[in-house]
Design a protein around this ligand. Structure first.
Ligand code: ADP
Ligand code: ASP
Ligand code: MG
Length: 405
């Protein structure tokens, strides 16, 4: 018998009717002769609602309690879905992350899965049960609950697929697959048939919401093929897997954008060895992830250091840098939160030299000013005003022919 891991996102489980429809789909897959483990997200906007409840109590909730609270969303949907499957006449058991043996580190809010102790899952499958697992959560070694970061149920699903050596990992969502850019911004964006792990990892890290970034790296490490598809129809979606250069289409595979970006600048930093190390060590000690880093040319033995981080980390970064800046005699610290990052991703760019020129030329023609630029082997990112983000994505989609008509 094949093991199939399926994951259903919040919009696919938003109300009782949708839960019944998902239950039917799971039961059909079981009756086709498969063993099914389904991972669920919280219903609809439940996680946002839980966050807003906490905000009414305090602006700085203890991270442990916040994770405890957020983990309840998935526990509601798992139980309701199990009831719906039971109603359709199949054996079913729902399990929380800890019950499913998902062990994480203790970085609340952005925990990483360290291992999956899979004997409970295997026993339940052996007993002919369909298993529903609450996504987005696991248990720390101190037996507390930790969550994996927004969108983390994708990572729960891929990790479980890897642990069980599942034959298939299907991610069901509210769009027909992965598009070259967010269909909410470019409605006629091209749907991709296949995307490589490396390109998808970059697209996710750079803001494409459709897959949680860590799910793609876990899939690559364990060779899990992911099929992203709609829970509202039976169309073939997009397959994420290792892709040979023969299968690759086009220079640029996709465009990602991200509003969750803040720029932090430290002006007038003394240009002496060890200063950059001091700044970034302090930020790393506070668990703040840095994305783009730019150091300006030296003027009068001083330079400016700018970097980007997520909006949630911006205030803490400002406080830390204010302190460091006083210690090292830098001039001032500035934080800009009205920005967006727009990135093009494609393995094809490694063999073409004019991609950056085409990107910047198209943005200039559209009147979009570029604030910062960053590159990796298969990406070019620009930071722009958040109000320019939509225009930038549309312009680049047209420049690199990423629309279907
Ligand atoms: P789920 O609740 O199923 O996890 P998400 O909201 O996390 O769903 O992800 C699906 C959404 O991701 C889509 O509705 C779409 O608007 C957005 N999205 C952003 N970039 C892309 C892309 N390149 N391809 C497909 N969807 C994208
Ligand atoms: N419910 C969580 C969120 O909204 C996790 C997920 O949906 O994957 O981010
Ligand atoms: Mg998601």
């Amino acid at each position: 018998m094949s093991i199939i891991v399926q994951k259903y996102g919040g919009s696919s489980l938003a109300d009782d009717e949708k839960i019944m429809r998902v239950a039917k789909r799971i039961v059909d897959a079981k009756r086709d002769g498969n063993q099914i483990v389904a991972i669920v997200s919280a219903m609809g906007k439940t996680t946002d609602y839980l966050i807003s409840m906490a905000e009414k109590i305090t602006s700085s909730p203890p991270k442990r309690e916040m994770d405890r609270l957020l983990s309840t969303g998935e526990q509601i949907s798992m139980s309701l879905l199990a009831m719906a499957i039971h109603k359709l006449g199949e054996n079913v058991v729902s399990l929380t992350g800890p019950q499913a043996g998902i062990i994480t580190d203790s970085s609340y809010n952005k925990a990483k899965i360290i291992k999956i102790v899979s004997h409970r899952l295997l026993n339940e499958l052996e007993n002919d049960n369909i298993i529903i697992v609450a996504g987005f959560q696991g248990e720390t070694e101190n037996h507390d609950i930790a969550t994996l970061g927004r969108g983390g149920s994708d990572t729960s699903a891929v990790s479980i697929a890897a642990a069980l050596k599942a034959n298939l990992c299907e991610i069901f969502t509210d769009v027909d697959g992965i598009y070259a850019c967010d269909p909410r911004i470019v409605p006629n964006a091209k749907k991709l048939k296949i995307v490589s792990y490396d390109e998808m990892a970059e697209l996710s890290i750079l803001g494409a919401k459709v897959l949680h970034p860590r799910s793609v790296t876990v899939a690559k490490t364990h060779g899990v093929t992911i099929h992203v598809r709609s829970s509202f129809n039976h169309n073939i979606g997009t397959v994420v897997k290792e892709v040979s250069s023969v299968e690759r289409e086009g220079l640029i595979t996709g465009i990602a954008h991200d509003f969750n970006v803040a720029k932090v600048v430290v002006f007038g930093v003394p240009d002496t060895p060890g200063i950059a190390s001091l700044i970034f060590t302090e930020l790393a000690n506070a668990d703040i992830n840095i994305h783009m880093i730019v150091q300006s040319a030296q003027i009068g033995n001083k330079n400016d250091i700018a970097f980007t981080c997520s909006l949630e980390d911006a205030e803490e970064a400002r406080k830390i840098l204010q302190k460091v800046s006083d210690e090292i005699g830098a001039e001032r610290v500035l934080v800009d939160e009205s920005l967006a990052k727009v990135s093009i991703v494609g393995s094809g760019m490694t063999t073409h030299s004019n991609i950056a020129a085409r990107m910047f030329g198209a943005l200039a023609k559209a009147g979009v000013n570029i604030d910062m630029i960053g590159t990796s082997e298969i990406t070019i990112s620009v930071v722009v005003k958040s109000s320019d983000c939509g225009d930038a994505v549309k312009t680049l989609a047209s420049e690199f022919k990423l629309t279907s008509f």
